[in-house]
Ligand binder design. Structure first.
Ligand code: ADP
Ligand code: MG
Length: 532
């Protein structure tokens, strides 16, 4: 089939939308996405059930999981989902908020377009509004220090309120705090956290309350040889990232094997070289060895005879975490393995649970990488617990690194709206003021949605909250658990400032990007073309 093309050479098989229609279409897609995830927001958020093409069912009230499971195809929706991914990467919580905010900011954009404002003017206005909003948020945030136990605990609780793991909230919160405290570093006054410092591993078969913090690393690997010890106490850990093998090309090419004795000599030489490598390893004092590549036979046997616990083909990421946990340095060959490069672990052991075998490298003295073993009696329960704990870990980490906290339950958003409107009124005029006010109003989608989720009347309750803010009750919010207006700070509904600043930045970015697009070209999916 010959595709007809228009003057630009764009295939007529492509669906093309331009100008005002492009905006309308993109906005409605993101708005629809926001409407879908919206009802999962907050402790009283509803669950969603997603059934994939294979009939697998996922039930969740986690906005991020939902977005991943929905497999949306529209480019505008993908753009919004990317913003949620950024949120997840940078903060680890607040993904639903990003989408809900983006949807609402764009709904305001739609109104402004209807009033014949130019998309570029709206986009510019949103940028100004966002900058002001960021300044206001920075100003509202309260300082939190590394030793503010009470606040940090509240942040962890808030992250998990209303989730499936609610009953194990206290245990999980304390694990999350201990984990983050282990891996945080202070660079002068600034706190820094390694991205892979805290790893969460699911384990099915025990209740979530039995979750634990391992001062070390868990590997889904087995020992290199069955006669190696299954357990080593006071481990001296060596890390090698090159194969333990004979790969001297000279030996391989120099020897033309013509008679069996030469062959024998060659094999002998190889054994000898491997034996030497193992001797070097043992001489360094290493009794536990992790190799990123292969450990060639019979080196594994030699190691085993020397009583060394060795593991081959350890993924790079795990090797790096082992270095952080034990203090070992990764070297490239046994000849470089020096006592000074070995790390320490109180205990290294192999254990089989059901069908899987794991290696525990634990009781490290000052680990800069730790592992949270998140348990659940079913796979679903373990996964829900993992997600909730991941949110808590992300929130504690970002509270400590950014050093600022706000109160949630809609309090921070209502206060932001109030102050931003105030600044728009006093500092801006004309269209800029109009756009900034619209942007400010969009922020109230968070409290409105939270109030609705509890079954209360959003208009009534929101105006009560707003009235309290007018009287400088800056942390007044709506507690969905009690169904009442509260001082969210006093009620301990606390969140890291960064959830809000990042969500605002991402949502604005999505809105501005959409406003800049005036042409959408969508081709058929390749699969749909077959048979034609
Ligand atoms: P997200 O994916 O955006 O993190 P969540 O489902 O975790 O979404 O909901 C977070 C929102 O719930 C925040 O706005 C937070 O302030 C709010 N929240 C948490 N606890 C309460 C509470 N007890 N009452 C009202 N809102 C709450
Ligand atoms: Mg959350």
């Amino acid at each position: 089939m010959v595709n007809r093309r228009d003057t630009l050479g764009v295939s007529e098989d492509m669906e093309r939308t331009t100008g005002r229609d492009a905006h309308r279409s993109n906005i409605s897609v993101i708005h629809a996405l926001a409407q879908t995830v919206r009802s999962t927001l907050g402790p009283k958020g509803m669950d969603k059930m997603v059934v994939d093409g294979l009939g697998d069912i996922v039930v969740t009230n986690d906005g991020f999981t939902l977005l991943n499971e929905m497999r949306v195809r529209h480019p505008a929706a993908k753009l919004a989902i990317e913003a949620a991914v950024t949120q997840q990467d940078k903060v680890g919580d607040g993904t639903t908020t990003v989408i809900v905010l983006a949807g609402e900011v764009l709904r305001k954009a739609e109104d402004l377009l209807e009033m014949d404002l130019h998309p570029a003017v709206i986009a510019r206005g949103f940028r100004t509004a966002e900058r002001m909003a960021q300044e206001i948020l920075e100003d509202i945030g309260e300082a939190v220090g590394p030793d503010d136990d009470e606040i940090i605990t509240r942040i962890a609780h808030t992250a998990m309120t209303g989730k499936a793991v609610e009953s194990a909230k206290e245990t999980l919160a304390s694990l999350a705090i201990q984990a983050v405290r282990k891996v945080i570093r202070y660079d002068g006054k600034r706190a820094v956290i390694d991205d892979d410092g805290v790893k969460l591993e699911r384990m099915v078969g025990e209740p979530t309350e039995a979750s634990t913090l391992m001062k070390g690393v868990l590997l889904a690997r087995e020992r290199a040889h069955p006669s190696m010890p299954t357990r080593v106490e006071r481990a001296n850990v060596g890390l090698i990232d090159q194969p333990i093998e004979i790969k001297d090309p000279e030996i391989a090419t120099r020897i033309h094997i013509s008679d069996p004795r030469q062959m024998q000599a060659f094999v002998e030489q190889e054994r000898k070289n491997l034996a030497e490598m193992v001797e070097r390893i043992v001489a360094s004092g290493c009794n536990v060895l992790f190799c990123q590549q292969n450990i060639e036979e019979p080196a594994d046997d030699f190691l085993s005879q020397a009583g060394v616990f060795a593991v081959r083909r350890v993924p790079r990421g795990d090797l790096v975490r082992l270095a952080k946990a034990t203090g070992a340095r990764i070297v490239s060959s046994p000849h470089m393995l020096d006592a000074a490069y070995l790390g320490r672990a109180g205990k290294v052991r192999e254990e089989t649970l059901g069908k899987s075998t794991f290696i525990y490298v634990e009781d490290c003295e000052d680990p800069k990488a730790v592992t949270l073993l998140v348990k659940g009696s079913t796979a679903h329960a373990a996964e829900e617990a993992r997600r909730a704990l991941e949110d808590a870990v992300g929130d504690i980490g970002s509270a400590l690194t950014r050093g600022k906290v706000v109160a949630g339950a809609g309090a921070v958003e209502v206060e932001l709206t109030r102050r931003l409107r105030e600044r728009a009124r006093t500092e801006l005029t004309g269209k800029e003021r109009l756009v900034t006010e619209a942007f400010a109003d969009a922020m109230t989608v968070v409290p409105r949605t939270l109030i609705e989720s509890s079954g209360a009347d959003a208009i009534d309750q929101l105006s009560l909250v707003e009235a309290r803010h007018e009287r400088h009750d800056i942390w007044c919010g709506f507690d969905v658990v009690s169904g009442q207006l509260v001082d969210a700070w006093e009620a301990g509904i606390l969140e890291p400032l960064e959830i809000k600043t990042q969500a605002l930045a991402s949502a604005t970015e999505v809105a501005v990007t959409i406003l800049r697009i005036d042409d959408i070209l969508i081709g058929d999916a390749p699969a749909a073309e077959s048979g034609g």
